[in-house]
Design a protein around this ligand. Structure first.
Ligand code: Z15
Length: 841
C-alpha cells in the first residue's frame, strides 16, 4: 500500500524537510550528534572507528536526502530507466568517494581536524565493500559512478553477500583464505524491510486448458525463499543525482523459523530451513573467469533475477501503461551471462502471469535486454545441466525449450537442411547430461550483444558466436570498449596529480570530460611542469615503499623502477611469464661484474592478486613468486638492483595506493585471452607506462597514446592457434633462456622444486597452452628496452605526460554514453545544480 500524506498536511513536511549540510559547522554538528546519539558515545570515548562511523552517517544522511529527491524526480519525469544486473559490484570504500563526489572533502577534512582527527585515518577505518572478484565487478562499480555522474536514471541490481571475496593471507609463501565478513558495521546500506519478494524454487508444473481453450501452465509446490531489499545510494560527481544500487538478501519464508515445526518439537529442522535459505546470499563465488556449475550458484542467480524482475515489473505496472511500452520504459543490461535467467523470467511473467501471447511477450523481452560478453575462455562460458535445471526451475526449463524450438525453426527457415548448424547453435547441448548454453540463450533473448574491447568484439563475432552473426546479421553485435571512472582512479587515488592537472586545465572539468586532458600535451616538454609531474610520481612511490615496508618488512628504493602486476592470478594473465622473467634477471645480475651492475637500473617487481581457492596452478604461481622474493631480497650480490614483492590481499582500496606508484605495469596475457583489461587504463591514467601484449584494450590504448609510448611484445592473437598446434605434445623445444630459468628452479634454488613441477611441466610437457615459451624471448628483450628507456628520465617523463593527455577515451563516461545511445536508447535526466549541493569551488 502506498501511504502518501494528504495535501493539507504536506506543508508541515515541506517546512521540516531534511536539508543536506554544506558548511563545516553543520558537518561537525552532524558528527557530534551521531557520536552522542546514534552511537551512544561522547568525546571521552570516541576512537577513530567511532569517528569513521559518525562521519559516514553524516554523509549517508546527506546522500539519502538527495537519493530521495532523485527518485522522486525520476518517477515524476517517467522517462526510460536502465537496470544494470550484475552478480558483482566491487565498490571498495564509500566515504572518500562520497565526500569527493558531493564536493565536500575539504569541509570534512577541516571539520574532522577541529574535532581531533586526521581525515586519512578516518578514511582508512572503512572496510572495502568487496562484492566482486576482479575486472567484471569493478567495471560494474565504475559504470554506476558514471551513470549517476551523467544523470542517467539507472539502478544496479545485485546480491547482498554476507561474505565478499575472501581476504588473502600469505603464510610461508602460500595463499590462505580468510572469510570476509564485512557487514559488522555498514552505514552505507538501508534495509528495506517493506520491500520483500517471494522467490519460488523446485516444485512442478501443471498444464491445462482454460474455459476458452487457452493453454495454461501453473508452477506449483516447492519452496519459497524471501528476498529483502537493501539500498545503497550512488552519488554522482558534481551533480545532485544519487542513484540506487539494490542488493537482495535471502531469508526463510517463515521468518525467524517455522513455528509449526517449532511447536511440534522439530526445533532443529526449523532452524536448518532458515539457514538453508540464508545460504543463498551468504557468499560470493570466488572464481574469476571460471564456471563450476554448482547448484547453489544457479539458486543465487534465480533468486536475484526473480526478485529484481518482480521489482521492475511492479514499478512498471504502477504506470498503468500498455505492456507493449515496456521496452520504451525499461532497458535491462545483462553483465555477462550470470543474469540470463532474467530473459526466461520476464517471458514467464508475461505469458503465465499476465496472459500475453508468446510472440507478443517475446518481442517485449528481446527489445528489453542487452547482453555484454566478457570472455572467450571456454572454461568461463556458463552451462547448466538440464537435470539440475529441471529440478530447481521446472517451468523455466520448459520455456527455454520453447525459446529454443522457435529459434531453431527460424534457423531452419534461413538455412534449410543445415543439421550441423542446428546442432551448433542449439541452446541445448546434446551432451550427456544435456546442458543449457547460457551465452546462446542470452544472444537469442537480447536485441544487442557487445564485447568489451575491439579485438574481443571481433573475436566473439568470428569464433564463439560466428554462427549467430550469420543468423541475426552483424548489426546485432557491437563493441563498447571498457572504461574506468576518473573520479576514483585519478582524483581519489592520486589527489596531487589531479590537483596539478586542474591547475593547468582550468579546474576539475577534466573529471567530467576526460578529453580535456588533451590540454596537457602542451606541457610535455615544459621543464617546470615535468619537474612537478616527476615529484608527484616519486611521492606516490615513496608512499608505496612505506606501505611495502610496513606490510612485508622489505625495504625498497623509491628511485628504483617500480614494475607492477596486480590482478587476479590466472595462467592466461601469465604472472608466471613475469616471475620467470624476474628469475632470468636474477641470473643475469649474478653473472654481471660490479661495473656492469652499476649500469643496470634498479628494479622492484611488485605482484599482487588472489587465486581462486581451488585453482592449484594459480596458487603455485603465488608460491613461486614468494619463494623467489625470499631468496632474491636477501642476496647481497643483488642489493637494490632487484627486489621481488608480493602484496597480500590486493583489493580496491589497495589498488588506490598501488596504481599511482607504477613506472611500468604488466598486462601480458596470451594474445586473444584478456577480453579488455581495465587496470591497464588505470596505470596509464596515473602516469605509468605499460609493458603488454597485443591483447584486449592494450591495442586501443596504443592507438590513443601512440606506439612510442608503450612497450608491446609477443605473438599476435591471429597466430596463437597455429602456434599451439606446432607444440608437438611433449616434444616442443623451449626457449633456451627459459630452460636456464627452469634449471635454476629445479636446482631447488627457490625451495623444493617438487612444489613447482606442475608449473614448469605445464610448459615443458603439456603443450604450453599459454605460449609462455613462445613469448619469452620477446618479453625479455622488451624488458631490456624498458631498462634502457628508464635511464633517459627526460624522455620517460614526456612519454608519461603524453600518455595521460591522450587517455580521455578510456573514461567510463564515454562507455556509458555509448551504451545509452547504441543499446539502451535512454537519455539523461538533467538537473539544476544548487538544490542544497555543497560546492567548494
Ligand atoms: C571477469 O572479471 C572478466 C570476465 C569474465 O568472464 C568474468 Cl567471469 C570475470 C573480466 C575480463 O577478464 C577482463 O578482461 C575485462 O576487462 C573485465 O571482465 C571487464 O569487462
Amino acid at each position: 500500500v502506498e501511504a502518501s500524506i494528504p495535501e493539507p498536511q504536506r506543508d508541515a513536511w515541506k517546512k521540516f524537510q531534511a536539508k543536506p549540510f554544506v558548511s563545516k559547522d553543520d558537518f561537525e554538528k552532524e558528527v557530534v550528534r551521531h557520536v552522542e546519539t546514534t552511537l551512544a558515545r561522547s568525546m571521552f570515548n570516541c576512537d577513530e572507528t567511532a569517528a569513521y562511523a559518525a562521519a559516514s552517517l553524516a554523509f549517508r544522511d546527506r546522500l539519502i536526502t538527495e537519493w530521495n529527491r532523485t527518485q522522486q524526480r525520476q518517477t515524476f519525469a517517467d522517462t526510460k530507466r536502465v537496470y544494470y544486473l550484475s552478480l558483482e559490484f566491487l565498490m571498495g570504500r564509500a566515504l572518500d568517494n562520497a565526500m569527493l563526489n558531493v564536493g565536500l572533502k575539504n569541509v570534512a577534512k577541516e571539520g574532522l581536524s577541529e574535532l581531533g582527527f586526521r581525515i586519512e585515518d578516518i578514511i582508512n577505518q572503512e572496510h572495502d565493500a568487496a562484492l566482486g572478484n576482479g575486472g567484471l565487478g569493478r567495471l560494474a562499480a565504475c559504470f554506476l559512478d558514471s551513470m549517476a555522474s551523467l544523470n542517467f536514471p539507472a539502478w544496479g541490481y545485485g546480491l547482498r553477500y554476507k561474505y565478499g571475496i575472501f581476504k588473502q593471507e600469505i603464510v610461508d609463501g602460500y595463499q590462505v583464505e580468510v572469510p570476509d565478513y564485512w557487514l559488522d558495521f555498514n552505514p552505507w546500506e538501508f534495509p528495506r524491510h517493506d520491500i520483500v519478494v517471494d522467490v519460488q524454487f523446485y516444485g512442478g508444473v501443471r498444464k491445462y486448458q482454460d474455459e476458452v481453450g487457452k493453454n495454461v501452465a501453473v508452477w506449483e509446490g516447492g519452496e519459497i525463499v524471501k528476498a529483502t531489499a537493501y539500498d545503497v545510494p550512488i552519488p554522482g560527481f558534481d551533480t545532485p543525482t544519487t542513484n540506487n544500487m539494490r542488493l537482495w538478501s535471502s531469508k526463510a519464508a517463515s521468518g525467524e523459523f517455522d513455528f509449526q515445526k517449532f511447536n511440534s518439537g522439530d526445533y532443529e529442522s526449523s532452524v536448518a530451513d532458515q539457514q538453508r535459505a540464508e545460504t543463498i546470499s551468504a557468499v560470493l563465488y570466488p572464481n574469476d573467469n571460471l564456471d563450476r556449475g554448482k547448484e547453489l550458484r544457479l539458486k543465487q542467480q534465480y533468486f536475484w533475477v526473480a526478485a529484481s524482475l518482480y521489482d521492475i515489473v511492479r514499478r512498471f505496472k504502477k504506470s498503468k501503461r500498455a505492456w507493449s511500452e515496456f521496452p520504451d520504459q525499461i532497458a535491462i543490461q545483462l553483465n555477462d551471462t550470470h543474469p540470463t535467467l532474467a530473459i526466461v523470467e520476464l517471458q514467464r511473467i508475461l505469458i503465465d502471469m499476465e496472459g500475453l501471447d508468446w510472440d507478443e511477450a517475446w518481442t517485449i523481452v528481446t527489445n528489453t535486454f542487452g547482453y555484454t560478453n566478457h570472455t572467450v575462455l571456454p572454461e568461463a562460458l556458463e552451462k547448466w545441466s538440464v537435470p539440475l535445471f529441471q529440478n530447481l526451475l521446472p517451468r523455466h526449463l520448459q520455456i527455454i525449450y520453447d525459446i529454443n524450438m522457435f529459434f531453431l525453426q527460424s534457423v531452419e527457415r534461413k538455412f534449410p537442411g543445415d543439421r550441423d548448424m542446428l546442432a551448433r547453435v542449439s541452446i541445448i547441448e546434446e551432451s550427456q547430461p544435456k546442458m543449457v548454453r547460457m551465452a546462446f540463450l542470452a544472444i537469442v533473448g537480447s536485441h544487442k550483444v557487445n564485447g568489451v574491447a575491439e579485438l574481443h568484439s571481433d573475436l566473439i563475432k568470428t569464433t564463439i558466436f560466428k554462427d549467430f552473426v550469420k543468423i541475426f546479421g552483424p548489426d546485432k553485435f557491437t563493441n563498447v570498449t571498457n572504461g574506468i571512472t576518473p573520479r576514483r582512479w585519478l582524483h581519489q587515488a592520486n589527489p596531487r596529480l589531479s590537483e596539478l592537472i586542474a591547475s593547468k586545465t582550468g579546474g576539475l572539468g577534466f573529471l567530467k570530460d576526460l578529453n580535456v586532458l588533451n590540454e596537457l600535451e602542451k606541457f610535455a616538454d615544459d621543464k617546470a611542469f615535468k619537474k612537478e609531474w616527476a615529484e608527484i610520481k616519486y611521492a606516490n612511490k615513496v608512499r608505496l615503499a612505506k606501505y611495502i615496508k610496513s606490510t612485508t618488512g622489505v625495504t625498497v628504493n623509491p628511485a628504483a623502477l617500480f614494475d607492477i602486476q596486480v590482478k587476479r592470478i590466472h595462467e592466461y594473465k601469465r604472472q608466471q611469464l613475469n616471475i620467470f622473467g624476474v628469475i632470468h634477471r636474477y641470473l643475469t645480475i649474478k653473472a654481471m661484474t660490479p661495473e656492469q651492475r652499476k649500469k643496470l637500473a634498479p628494479r622492484v617487481s611488485i605482484f599482487g592478486g588472489k587465486a581462486a581457492p581451488g585453482y592449484w596452478m594459480a596458487k603455485t604461481i603465488i608460491h613461486l613468486i614468494n619463494n623467489v622474493g625470499a631468496v632474491v631480497n636477501k642476496d647481497p650480490d643483488v642489493g637494490d638492483l632487484l627486489k621481488v614483492i608480493f602484496l597480500e590481499d590486493y583489493n580496491v582500496s589497495k589498488a588506490e595506493i598501488i596504481t599511482p606508484a607504477s613506472d611500468v605495469s604488466e598486462h601480458i596475457s596470451t594474445a586473444g585471452t584478456e577480453a579488455s583489461g581495465t587496470s591497464n587504463m588505470k596505470f596509464v591514467l596515473n602516469g605509468g607506462l605499460i609493458i603488454g601484449t597485443c591483447d584486449g584494450a592494450n591495442i586501443e590504448i596504443t592507438r590513443e597514446i601512440g606506439e612510442n609510448n608503450i612497450f608491446l611484445f609477443g605473438n599476435l592473437a591471429e597466430d596463437v592457434e597455429d602456434l599451439r598446434h606446432t607444440h608437438n605434445y611433449g616434444s616442443h623445444t623451449l626457449d633456451p633462456d627459459l630452460v636456464k630459468v627452469f634449471d635454476l628452479i629445479k636446482s631447488n634454488a627457490f625451495g623444493d622444486a617438487g612444489a613447482f613441477g606442475a608449473l614448469t611441466g605445464s610448459i615443458e610437457d603439456h603443450g604450453d597452452y599459454y605460449l609462455v615459451s613462445d613469448d619469452f624471448h620477446s618479453y625479455i628483450q622488451t624488458q631490456t628496452l624498458v631498462d634502457e628507456a628508464y635511464k633517459n628520465q627526460e624522455e620517460w617523463i614526456t612519454k608519461t605526460i603524453l600518455s595521460v593527455a591522450r587517455m580521455g577515451f578510456f573514461s567510463s563516461d564515454r562507455c556509458i554514453n555509448e551504451y545509452a545511445e547504441m543499446i539502451w536508447n535512454v537519455e539523461p535526466l538533467p538537473v539544476e545544480k544548487g538544490s542544497g549541493l555543497g560546492k567548494e569551488e
